[in-house]
Design a protein around this ligand. Structure first.
Ligand SMILES: [Zn+2]
Ligand SMILES: [Zn+2]
Length: 1236
């Protein structure tokens, strides 16, 4: 009571409020601060009991506190009655929000401060202000921590530039932030303080001058150079005091339970390493800053075994550090040192970092490959503007420079947006990874990162996208990959966690998955071990960041929704309609233009090195392969799905036959596999309905009545990288491994022999098996475990597959998807205790005596099996959850005892039945012979006489055949494909698409298998094919590249070609000499109706106002075996006549008035239309008879269909009439003028 009065007497309290505030302060200091000061230290226990000395201390301390507070107020000598003293434990337990306290600030000052913070970091809120007083004692904690302590507890403090003199002194904190535990998500209980201003020392401490410590004992502080000499000649027991400038400060490391750090002292060119390992001196790590002048006392010379046995100065428990020390003695030979050479590198900031952005020419991605580059070591200061990934140690500074801290131990205090940082000895990398900003700063064990200003905003809530579990840094520590690879994996991980989690993979798998994908894509092994002491102390400096790889064409991941959006959005914008027309498009009439525009397609490559692509870098896709879903617009294909989207895929795979060609995908084990696709083609098919009146109107969108596009992918399953196999795939690969003698470990050899199909297959197997063995990636979808339920199965060989179509089955309302297959039954129905899936075929599944047939009917949901059921392949059909064999037996089953399938019985495939491909290694040896149905070539079909054919051919051309217009706007009901074989002989195939789901992949360059097509003869005897209700089409091999051309048409001799009555080779190449021109016609025609056009259309009532210039020529050609009449039109006429572009334009102008001209250079006595312009006529006659035009030509021609029998002609000679039979010469239309 007395002491409180004693205290109150010191102040002239103005009001009741002030009195009560003063009383509260006194109680607080007595309770919470005094015990800390007096507790463990000298004042003896008996004194504490008597209380006399204690209360004296309390009174004087309280007086000191209040006076200091008054001095620190904005309005001096007022009492801060609105501030409440708070104990550490109360702060930790009561304050759940991050907050700030500024004792001396006015409300306005705080408002300005908050506004500045929020302006510089949009979207963030400045810390709210609290009026709390924190008074306690600063003490060292564990592992180099500083803590504020009062009698109730302690809390970690982060300081900007702490002074050693603050330790063990009562202080009050005028400016601080408090970051509670929950806001930071850190595991430390109770959060921490950030001292934004220096603490105010409450009572004078002992003098800690250098003289007091060192001088008194006669120890002399030596310079770095002198000490370096002493370091080399170690004297046992010798203690040194060294003064110098701090050159570098390494981060605190914990190795085998020991915490330590190193720093270096420099003077001129000399450098001394100092090791701080003594736990009572670890707090120095917060005081020592690069560039500071310090004096360190009581250092011992030690041998550091970890650092190749080099000597190092060690801090002892008697050592003291004196910061901002000015040496009293001047080095004698200071004059002849190079000026500035040893000062720390000048600090760069954003303003002057133009110097660090290397001016590199933007080289073409396609050409530049991987390069190794050296990083530069710099210093930098800036503001953290974004926490990219806390767990992966990635930040942005000044909005444009990336910061990667992963090569250092993680920071005790997490960086947050708004922190000012100063980095010394940091590696500057330029474009280490194209997914990050070009300028990257990376810290190694030599680097120091010091926060020079605490952020004014709180922590943003942890981003769910960032791999915060820290798996990536752990993998880096384990594998020591380069920084470029690490950054790529981090980026991929954040992208995958958006696109795959949670529906495809679990969150905790994403990091491992990304890492594995990085190792696969970059094809890098693990790096060398890191040597921590060399990294921290060696001169010259070496570390994993010294060199880095730069690969501007490293693959870029795209999610499937990004991919399809990107393709859809660029589908029309990327194309100029006139480019979709055939050559000479300007001479096409309206109907020709609209027909030509009605279908077009765009194929993009996944890799810019192999063709046009979507991005500048090769692309990479990740997804699960699945059967088409009910909502998929493509029912013919598998789909690739990720968390947000699915894309249809036309897939092929290597056939199991010995020759190993490509065929349509058949292996059901792919269903449910998580795969990475790197080599693929992106296809956009465009459908356009238009009524453009002429070529000139193509830029006017109002003539487009409807347009849409279809997007899908094409790839071979051989090029996939399996990230997580399905159960069936794992079984399949295991079987493969057994089959090939288990040589799956023989990696080096296979890598060297990569290239062929077999190598591709081997690689796939190898990768898949490796990913399976390390199957820490578990999937949440796909087949779940090996089925443990009983089931029945039967093995079938598909012999024929019908095309999928929409049918009114009557079972359901409206149209349902439907198809059927005809299959041979290999053996009896077998029952199993657990689902055998695609396990090896057993003896009891085979019955050799008879092979019966069954028709499997798929409709509705079960029609989704269409893409993977292929003729010639064996499947195990399983019906789960039953032991009743009759479910798999077609109608008309006789009885239980004798379970068998009746010939051609029909079986409706239920939605829960599964097909499992039994691939070759799984089969018993008796079934290993090739069993594929007879597939003809195009030539075989041309020469055959059967009515229903199954053949394979390369698509060389495709056009839409629109024979009706529907209200729905879809008029592309028909397609005409031109398919050819290796001989170049070709055939036209007509497909009616009105009752089938749209089949993707019918593109020029792809090879198709067309089964059950009708071979027909045209009226003129030409062979063509058309589909029937049972026909099916599948893509068996994909275009090698978009520029690949079909083989040239076969070479024909005119004499033989003329004789062949049947139209077996409609297209051929001929080489011969131009005998003469029969006629040349040039005409301006109406673009709508084709009539002659002069000022307007000559046809009455035609509204057209546009015309096209059309030309035609006919000549006689002789190749030595015979003659032919060859027709040329439009874009072929000008090169035929050898006219320059300007001459051609001149002709067009000259004909504007009259509209047309027709010349007959030979025959009919050189007549032409009576009143034609003579000069024009003579010009054309001259051209037609010139040697330039009458030359040897090489042409690709189509033989005319309108073949007619020989003509009878009547000649008159004198008064007699003669009748003669004349053979009509071979009529050809030139398709292409070959230049040679
Ligand atoms: Zn380094
Ligand atoms: Zn007209």
């Amino acid at each position: 009571m007395d002491s409180e009065q004693l205290f109150l007497d010191q102040f002239e309290a103005q009001s009741e409020a002030e009195v009560s505030w003063l009383k509260k302060m006194f109680v607080f200091i007595t309770q919470h601060v005094c015990p800390v000061l007096t507790g463990p230290a000298p004042p003896a226990a008996d004194e504490l009991l008597t209380g006399g000395a204690v209360s004296d201390v309390c009174v004087s301390l309280s007086v000191c506190v209040v006076k200091t507070l008054q001095e620190n107020m904005a309005a001096t000598h007022t009492l801060p009655v609105s501030y409440r003293p708070m104990s550490v434990s109360e702060l930790v337990s009561r304050q759940h929000l991050a907050c700030v306290s500024h004792l001396s600030w006015s409300t306005n000052q705080h408002r300005v401060w908050a506004r500045e913070a929020e302006l510089s970091l949009p979207g963030n809120k400045a810390l709210p202000r609290v009026n709390l007083l924190l008074i306690g004692c600063l003490r060292e904690g564990r592992g180099g921590e500083w803590r504020l302590m009062d009698s109730s507890g302690s809390i970690r403090c982060e300081c900007l530039s702490p002074s050693p003199q603050w330790l063990n002194r009562p202080v009050f904190l005028p400016h601080w932030n408090y970051i509670p535990h929950n806001a930071s998500g850190q595991d430390e209980a109770g959060g921490f303080m950030e001292l934004t201003g220096s603490p105010v020392l409450l009572c004078p401490g002992p003098e800690q001058g250098l003289a007091a410590v060192g001088g008194g004992e006669g120890l002399r502080a030596v310079g770095v150079r002198e000490a370096a000499g002493l370091l080399h000649n170690r004297v046992r027991g010798q203690r040194l005091s060294v003064c110098g400038q701090v050159g570098s400060v390494c981060p605190l490391l914990v190795v085998a339970g020991t915490t330590f750090f190193c720093f270096t002292l420099t003077e001129d060119k000399h450098m001394l390493p100092v090791l701080v390992k003594d736990s009572s001196r670890l707090w120095w790590s917060q005081c020592v800053c690069v560039g500071q002048s310090v004096c360190v006392t009581e250092l011992r010379v030690c041998v550091l075994r970890g650092w190749r046995g080099n000597n190092i100065l060690c801090v002892t428990d008697q050592s003291e550090i004196h910061t901002d020390y000015t040496p009293t003695h001047t080095p004698v030979d200071d004059t002849h040192t190079e000026p500035q050479s040893d000062t720390p590198p000048s600090v760069m900031s954003h303003a002057d970092n133009n110097g660090c952005e290397e001016a590199e020419p933007e080289t073409d991605v396609v050409q530049s490959g991987v390069r190794m580059k050296w990083s530069r070591v710099i210093s930098y200061q800036g503001t953290v503007t974004e926490v990219v990934s806390e767990g992966a140690g990635l930040y942005m500074i000044d909005r444009k420079v990336g910061l990667c801290l992963v090569y250092q131990p993680s920071l005790r205090r997490r960086l947050r947006a708004g922190d000012r940082v100063e980095l010394h000895h940091v590696h500057f990398l330029y474009r280490p990874c194209p997914d990050f900003p070009p300028s990257m700063l990376c810290t190694c064990l030599r680097s120091s990162l010091r926060v020079t200003g605490f952020s004014r905003v709180g922590l943003s809530p942890p981003d769910s996208a960032c791999p915060s579990d820290g798996a990536l840094p752990r993998l880096l520590l384990e594998k020591n990959t380069g920084v470029s690879e690490y950054l790529w994996a981090c980026h991929l991980s954040s992208r995958l966690s958006h696109s795959l989690v949670p529906s495809v993979v679990m969150r905790q798998c994403v990091c491992v998955l990304s890492w594995r994908l990085m190792e696969f894509v970059w094809r890098r092994g693990t790096g060398g071990r890191r040597d921590i002491y060399s990294e921290m102390l060696d001169e010259p400096h070496t570390c994993p960041l010294a060199q880095y790889s730069v690969d501007p064409s490293v693959p870029q991941y795209l999610s499937l929704s990004e991919l399809s959006q990107s393709l859809q959005s660029t589908c029309w914008s990327s194309v100029c309609l006139s480019s979709l027309l055939p050559p000479g498009g300007s001479s096409l009439t309206s109907s020709q233009i609209n027909a030509a525009l009605s279908w077009s397609c765009r194929t993009l490559s996944s890799d810019p090195r192999t063709g046009e692509t979507l991005r500048r870098r090769p692309l990479l896709l990740v997804g699960v392969l699945e059967l088409p879903s009910q909502t998929s617009e493509h029912k013919h294909t598998l789909q690739l799905r990720d968390g947000a989207a699915a894309v249809s895929c036309v897939v092929t795979e290597t056939s199991e036959e010995e020759e190993g060609g490509q065929r349509a995908a058949f292996n059901t084990a792919w269903i449910g596999c998580l795969v990475c696709v790197q080599q693929f083609t992106m296809v956009t098919e465009r459908f356009l309905q238009s009524d453009f009146p002429s070529y000139q109107h193509l830029d006017q969108d109002e003539f487009i009545t409807h347009k849409h596009c279809r997007v899908y992918l094409q790839f071979s399953l051989d090029h996939l990288h399996i990230l997580s196999p399905s159960v069936a795939m794992a079984t399949h690969l295991r079987q493969r491994g057994v089959e090939s003698g288990g040589d799956i470990t023989d990696r080096k050899q296979t890598e060297k022999t990569e290239g062929g199909q077999t190598a591709g297959r081997k690689r796939r197997r190898r990768e898949a098996s490796s990913s399976h063995s390390a199957s820490s990636v578990a999937m949440t979808t796909g087949p779940v475990g090996v089925g443990s339920w009983p089931c029945v199965s039967v093995v079938l060989r598909v012999e024929q597959k019908e095309g999928v179509s929409w049918r009114n089955t009557g079972a359901e309302v409206g149209l349902t998807l439907h198809f059927s297959i005809r299959a041979a039954v290999i053996g009896p129905v077998v029952s199993w205790g657990r689902d055998p899936k695609n396990g090896p075929m057993t003896d009891r599944e085979i019955e050799k005596e008879k092979e019966e047939k069954v028709v499997l009917v798929f409709s509705g949901v079960s029609a989704r099996w269409f893409p993977l059921l292929q003729p010639g392949c064996l499947y195990r059909l399983t019906a789960a959850n039953t032991q009743d064999p009759s479910v798999l037996i077609g109608c008309g089953v006789s009885g239980w005892s004798e379970v068998e399938l009746h010939t051609d019985s029909a079986l409706q495939v239920q939605s829960d039945w599964r097909f499992h491909t039994l691939t070759r290694p799984l089969l018993l040896h008796t079934f290993r012979q090739a069993l594929s149905p007879t597939v003809l070539s195009v030539s075989d079909v041309l020469d055959s006489s059967s009515e229903l054919v199954c053949f394979q051919g390369l698509v060389s051309d495709r056009i839409s055949v629109n024979n009706r217009t529907t209200d729905s706007g879809h008029t592309h009901t028909g397609v005409r494909l031109t398919v050819c074989d290796q001989s170049g002989r070709s055939l036209q195939v007509y497909l009616d698409l009105s009752h089938t789901p749209y089949p993707p992949g019918l593109l020029p360059g792809n090879t198709l298998l067309l089964s059950a097509f009708q071979r027909r003869l045209s009226r003129s005897g030409g062979v063509y094919c058309s589909d029937s209700p049972v026909s099916s089409v599948s893509v068996v091999s994909l275009a090698q590249s978009s520029s690949a051309r079909p083989p040239p048409a076969p070479m024909m001799h005119l004499g033989l070609w003329a004789l062949s009555r049947e139209q077996r080779s409609p297209v051929g190449r001929v080489k011969g000499h131009v005998v003469c021109f029969l006629f040349v016609q040039l005409q301006w025609s109406c673009s709508l109706c084709g009539s002659l056009y002069t000022q307007s259309c000559s046809s009455s009532g035609c509204p057209s106002s546009s015309s096209v210039f059309q030309s035609k020529a006919k000549l006689v050609m002789d190749d030595g075996t015979g003659e032919a009449h060859v027709w040329f039109s439009d874009d072929l006429v000008r090169p035929l006549l050898g006219l320059a572009g300007s001459q051609w334009e001149g002709l067009q102008r000259a004909l504007r008035v009259k509209g047309h001209i027709r010349v007959y250079p030979r025959g009919r006595s050189l007549v032409c239309d009576a009143d034609s312009d003579n000069s024009l006529l003579h010009f054309l006659l001259c051209v037609c008879s010139s040697d330039v035009v009458c030359r040897s030509l090489s042409l690709t021609c189509r033989k005319h269909n309108n073949w007619r029998p020989d003509e009878m002609r009547t000649f008159s000679r004198g008064d007699r009439d003669f009748m003669t039979r004349t053979t009509r010469p071979l009529q050809l239309t030139c398709l292409h003028l070959d230049t040679d």
